[in-house]
Design a protein around this ligand. Sequence first.
Ligand code: KG4
Ligand code: ZN
Length: 355
Amino acid sequence: MRVLGIESSCDETAAAVVTEQGDVLSDVVRSQVEAHAPYGGVVPEIASRDHARAIVPVVREALERAGLAIADVDGIAVTARPGLAGALLVGLQAAKGIAWGADKPFVGVDHLVGHLLAVRLRRPDAQGVVRVPDYPFVALLASGGHTAIYRVDGPDLTQIQELGATRDDAAGEAFDKVAKLLGLGYPGGPAVDRLAAEGDASRARGALPKPMARRDSLEFSFSGLKSALARSVAARETPPTGAEIADLCAAFQGTVVEALVSKTVRAARQEGLDRVVVAGGVAANRGLRARMAEECARREIELYVPPFSSCTDNAAMIAYAGALRLAAGERDGLDLAPSTKTALARVTRKGGGRR
Ligand code: KG4
Ligand code: ZN
């Protein structure tokens, strides 16, 4: 089965053709980063308009690169939730139009499920080796919009259980806000990551609290960390210099990474599982990759970190998640509406604790 997937939930317009085995026949991502950069964050109205411009060319390119006509694909999958409503609508309506016009089966996909299954895409690494985890596994999903730990027993919504999530900001959101505060531009994650490698965390750590360090909790909280950093910068007489900014980045990143790593490893132990997956845009972070690899090796946990192209927003993960639904005989109607919320059951309330 070959499935065309479409993704437009935030600031990437993407289309891909993937088989239900996870083979990627094409994978096209058009980023809107430049359009949003002057505003220091994603502007929903600009996102919707840019998706409207890009969606048909991106889909056409995905089909061309796969060497297929629309008649050759076996179904259409599209991100239906969660995301910006106006952005989701563009991809959703494009997918419905194609499904209707070409008379193809159609399914909506939850973006978070896409991120969690991206690790099962059969993308060869630099050595040409394909390595994907079997179920069940524990997954850390850390992106610009979401940060949570899941137990994944299979690809269906009912087989994915949230173990704990952030009470406030997502990890990527915290990276972006700290970058903005330090004048590093947007998106902030990659810039902080780069500078953290040059900085010395011990020179700046005093300014930062430990986020949700309670040992028994699988929840995160990052907004206090960001506020503490903002206060320490505001209290200075002169703005931080280049080397001081690097030290602050190292301290901030180190603190976030420790929380992400220690809670993910604890979740694996709690669930009695020895397979851990890292997903979402923040999984591109070099500090996180290194620390997670270290801790997992120490505890004899098998770690699966997808290649960068599978971590950040893409349509291959949506096509794959959709292909599994279609292969299981599932279909959605052409009256499917977008939602800003995930369909996954949540245990952590925003601004509060466990339900
Ligand atoms: O998964 P993603 O592409 O989009 C969402 O669904 O949110 O994640 C984007 C987020 C942004 O907040 C970005 O700053 C962060 O991932 N990010 C990183 C790195 N690369 C991207 N954060 C830390 N280190 C990185 N290297
Ligand atoms: Zn995402």
